[in-house]
Design a protein around this ligand. Sequence first.
Ligand SMILES: Cc1cc2nc3c(=O)[nH]c(=O)nc-3n(C[C@H](O)[C@H](O)[C@H](O)COP(=O)(O)OP(=O)(O)OC[C@H]3O[C@@H](n4cnc5c(N)ncnc54)[C@H](O)[C@@H]3O)c2cc1C
Length: 284
Amino acid sequence: MRAFDYHRPTSLEEAWQLRAGCPEARYIAGGTDLMVLMRAGAVRPPSVISLRGIEELRGIEVGEPTRIGAMTTIGEILEHRELGERHPVLHDAARPFGSVQVRNLASVGGNLCNASPCAGLPPALYVLDARVRVAGPEGDRVLPIEELFAAPGETCLIPGEVLTEVLLDPPPPGVRSRYLRRGRVRMDLAFVSVAVLIGLNGGRCARARVAAGAVAPRPLRLRAVEELLEGRALEPPLLAEARARVEQEISPITDVRASAGYRRHITGVLFQRAVESLLNGGGG
Ligand SMILES: Cc1cc2nc3c(=O)[nH]c(=O)nc-3n(C[C@H](O)[C@H](O)[C@H](O)COP(=O)(O)OP(=O)(O)OC[C@H]3O[C@@H](n4cnc5c(N)ncnc54)[C@H](O)[C@@H]3O)c2cc1C
């Protein structure tokens, strides 16, 4: 691996200054994505700027809204009982993530800014209507999480900007949510992941959120499926129609993990299982 400088600023201002002084520098959080690429020689930054020493990027505060600092690790999400009670789908997504070692390093900000179509957290955050705050020398802005992802491996961040936190509103009363994923082996990126959130009112679906990962160039929110479900009783014929629409709305590819056809099929299966489990009192 090529030698590189390592900086550990203690404020965002210092991080931006370091970045401005070396435009090829890369921010590093847990390093579980970036170091893999650097070791393989796929990226060769002359310096890396660690975000670990920046206190304001840490911590989880449950409130209105809930704030999850970008440097929060997947392990810290799992350990946070109140967060898991409020947004169980986040714990669902964090539980199968990598290994204990990976979960102790991997950060929320890194999972989002790596912009992998198969990243674990985005589908769960999509169904929660999460927003992200990004900050740079010119100021900060809050955007819906879907707008963060530009293309595989690319975010809409302006060079130098840092993702600082994820924001979540309290869930509407009575909603239940579920996240399901499939990988080739236990510790592997998902080749399909699906998150579903449902709120029922008098036997009808008052709120539906459906999202999928690893089946398009970016994590996808399946709005056409949500529109089909909302306002209607979730009877088997409607669910079959919704499953068919899920399979239409995605554009999976064939790669080392799975074929396009298998991904399409499994996305429908996971969607159906998630909805049935929610209707039978599963999820949370
Ligand atoms: C063995 C193994 C298993 C894995 N399993 C999974 C899995 O099950 N699910 C899954 O989704 N991923 C998995 N991954 C991938 C990886 O662990 C995650 O994507 C992780 O969340 C990345 O976070 P990080 O803090 O390590 O990011 P880093 O590697 O430090 O950074 C990733 C990218 O994001 C940028 N970045 C990081 N933080 C910020 C920020 N706050 N603002 C702006 N840019 C930022 C960096 O510059 C870099 O480009 C696995 C990786 C390994 C090695």
